[in-house]
Design a protein around this ligand. Structure first.
Ligand code: ATP
Ligand code: MG
Length: 256
């Protein structure tokens, strides 16, 4: 049965999508069966997995509106080695269309339960907000992976995310927990980043992943080729770090 993780942080541009597609590709490389769910109308994780969001016939939008099953809507990304439940602009309308629908926050959970037996990992790329879409992700997850940059304001938004997770835990999903904070775009030459990284470790202890993802231009270049960095240039420092992170995640779920 798959373990499901949301990659979430309501701050924009912190590396959620980069983490989702590279973790998915890293896990696939070490033999894990992965479904990557794009829960962001921007569709970046879809494009970054080599699937053209403008061409997809069925997407997560159809799944949330219960007009398609995940088995029908998923697409195999041959180049990346994992399955994709894609998203595009249409998804932005789902929030409004589901207003008034009962248990609308549980739509994704219901849909995923039908395919959970076919995967080891389900990874959900969340949008940069604490919206109904993110709530759908949090309702079906075993845990949350929070990518963050080691900057002065990094911790500010974390309080809102932690409170949301606590509320979801209390009311909707007893299993939900923060699996860990992932330090991304890290540059050890910047003293402030090293300091913030040390503070994170001191404050959150083993809730901080051991793996640190460096700032690496190959990771930023890869999406324009429709590939995760791990597939685009697997010997690059960024790709290697994500493969190490995939191994760390496999070890973590064995303890869950
Ligand atoms: P959004 O909130 O808009 O969904 P996001 O949190 O998903 O953004 P990404 O799209 O993954 O963030 O990353 C933001 C930008 O930073 C992208 O241009 C991406 O290529 C770049 N980036 C992410 N991680 C790294 C890294 N480790 N090294 C260099 N560039 C990176
Ligand atoms: Mg994103």
């Amino acid at each position: 049965m798959a373990k499901t993780f949301c990659i979430a942080n309501q701050k924009g541009g912190v590396g959620k999508t980069t983490t989702t597609v590279n973790l998915a590709a890293g896990l696939a490389k070490i033999g894990q069966r992965v479904l990557m769910v794009d829960l962001d109308p921007q569709g970046n994780a879809t494009m970054g997995s080599g699937i053209d969001k403008r061409q997809i016939k069925l997407s997560i939008y159809d799944v949330l509106l219960e007009s398609a099953s995940i088995a029908d809507a998923r697409i195999k990304s041959e180049s990346c080695g994992y399955d994709v439940l894609g998203a595009n602009r249409e998804l932005a309308g789902a929030e409004v269309e589901l207003v008034g629908v009962e248990r609308r926050e549980a739509r994704l959970k219901t849909a995923l339960s039908a395919v959970a037996g076919e995967y080891d990992f389900i990874l959900i790329d969340c949008p940069p907000s604490l919206s109904m879409l993110t709530l759908n992700g949090l309702c079906c997850a075993n845990g949350v992976i929070v990518p963050m940059q080691c900057e002065y304001f990094a911790l500010e938004g974390l309080t809102d995310l932690v409170n949301t997770i606590k509320q979801v835990h209390a009311n909707l999903n007893k299993e939900l927990q923060i699996i860990g904070l992932l330090r991304v775009m890290f540059d050890p030459r910047i003293t402030l980043q090293v300091q913030v990284s040390d503070q994170l470790k001191a404050h959150f202890g083993d809730k901080v992943f051991d793996t640190v993802i460096p700032r690496n231009v190959r990771l930023a270049e890869a999406p324009s080729y429709g590939l995760p960095g791990v597939v685009f240039d697997k010997i690059s420092k960024g790709a290697q770090a994500y493969i190490t992170f995939a191994t760390e995640m496999v070890e973590r779920i064995q303890k869950m």
